[in-house]
Design a protein around this ligand. Sequence first.
Ligand SMILES: N[C@@H](CCC(=O)N[C@@H](CS)C(=O)NCC(=O)O)C(=O)O
Length: 208
Amino acid sequence: MYKLYTRPGSGGFVVEAALALIDAPFERIDVPKSEAPDPAFLAISPLNQVPVLTLPDGCSITESAAICILLAERHPQAGLAPAVDAPARAEFLRWMAFMPSVLYPAVLRFYYAHRYTADADGTKAVKQAAVAELDRGFAVVDDALHGRDWLVGDKMSVADIYLVMLVAWHPDIDRARAAWPDIERLWARLREHPLMKTLNTAHEMWPA
Ligand SMILES: N[C@@H](CCC(=O)N[C@@H](CS)C(=O)NCC(=O)O)C(=O)O
């Protein structure tokens, strides 16, 4: 059985969604935020971050996008991603690398600004730069979504859920929804998805 180390409102959101879509039973372990982490947790997550997925063979992996891609590969019947040889696979991989390397780190720079400056007065500037970088990245995604229903191919994939998780973390959500109408259109559809509604009850990613 899978074991998911997570926390409400964290990157565990998309992994929980993926596990639900593949209909895999899993054990959920809530990891409290702590400056004095549990050594057993550090052994599987050296940066003390969630999500971590422990696989049925006992191997544990970090990195939300890698976890999602792995689950998509191991459970192809769930359609979390285009097949390895499908034309849309290229754009799936592109977004599943773009989002965790451009958008997620900018979110972290905003919410953990003190880690990104040695200047005690520097966090305001770090946050401003993080928002600018988020805005640049979301504009790229919004542009790519223009005239299409889903980020990848012609059906929902785990990339869409990943995107919605990230945009929900934008520090100015009203501005985000107005600034990127194509992301908002996708997000509005997912807000009505029964699974997202259920997950949002626990994660409170966006106002119900
Ligand atoms: N690169 C990691 C980032 C994970 C991450 O930053 N998780 C946050 C929650 S969303 C966390 O656990 N932060 C606690 C910390 O960094 O101390 C991934 O994509 O999974």
